[in-house]
Design a protein around this ligand. Structure first.
Ligand code: ATP
Length: 254
């Protein structure tokens, strides 16, 4: 059985913007992500990371190209794709008046987790993410660290094989960011295929098995750190990133 869980081929997205005209947000991007792998999408603000991840998660329709999650096409099988995927971003809102337990139960149901197993799965998540004594408290009364744990538990409660973390550490303090990274590493150990976007070099370096460098909507490189070092003769990811971004500064791509 193939271990490739996410396959992206020639994926492109154009927007029309009143002031900027046609925006080529994502252009001909190809990559894949396997079981037990964290693939980092590394790019500056506006590089096209979120647009790419939104297409994979079926929130946006590609202009052209394909993305498949466990072989299911995002355009023709969006329900199957969503069932197999959990999406986390720093801006994902929780319902403030629900408790953590109610939140997890709701998201298990919405994502079609088997009804007869939902109760035990929710309790397992409460245990795993250390939500125990807070599980019956309304979200609005929780600290931001606790809300973050509920958000991760909410993302994985239906046990999807593919997880997307879109700039998840934005706005978190160092300790909460490290906690989140630890949780993501544990999910990799569970065999999840994980797409992780960031513009923070140290985070990509520490966490990702392979790194896809995205700039102005285009994939400039995709390899593990050793491969990127060998290809550029540079050691630090920051220098590698600058190499790929500046070597493509041509007027037609601005
Ligand atoms: P950030 O880290 O700032 O979120 P990003 O790498 O996630 O950046 P995207 O949000 O994917 O980048 O944006 C890629 C490009 O597409 C940017 O130029 C952005 O302004 C543009 N864009 C995104 N959404 C729209 C939209 N709905 N309409 C017009 N342009 C858009």
């Amino acid at each position: 059985m193939s271990t490739v869980q996410v396959e992206v081929q020639g994926l492109s997205k154009n927007f029309f913007d009143q002031s900027r005209g046609e925006v080529n947000a994502v252009q001909q991007v190809d990559f894949e992500c396997r079981r037990g792998e964290i693939l980092g999408l590394l790019g500056a603000n506006g590089a096209g990371k979120t647009t790419t991840l939104r297409m994979i998660s079926t929130v946006l329709q590609p202009t052209s190209g394909t993305a498949r999650v466990l072989g299911h096409d995002v355009a023709s099988e969006p329900v199957e794709v969503r069932r197999n995927l959990g999406f986390y971003s720093a801006s994902t809102a929780l319902y403030p008046r629900l408790t953590a337990r109610e939140t997890l139960t709701l998201f298990a149901r919405v994502n079609k987790y088997p009804a007869e197993r939902t109760k035990s799965r929710v309790e397992e998540m409460i245990e795993r993410f250390g939500l125990g004594e807070y599980a019956g408290v309304r979200i609005e009364k929780l600290s931001s660290g606790m809300k973050q744990k509920v958000s991760i538990a909410r993302t994985v409660v239906h046990d999807p094989p593919v997880l997307i973390f879109d700039e998840p550490t934005v706005g978190l303090d160092v300790l909460n960011a490290l906690d989140l990274q630890k949780a993501i590493q544990e999910l990799r150990e569970d065999g999840k295929a994980i797409l992780f976007s960031t513009h923070i070099m140290s985070e990509a370096e520490r966490l990702c098995d392979r790194i896809a460098i995205i700039d102005k909507g285009r994939l400039r490189a995709c390899a593990d750190l050793e491969g990127l070092r060998a290809a550029t003769s540079r050691h630090y990811l920051e220098d590698i990133f600058v190499h790929y971004v500046t070597s493509h500064e041509t007027p037609d791509q601005d």
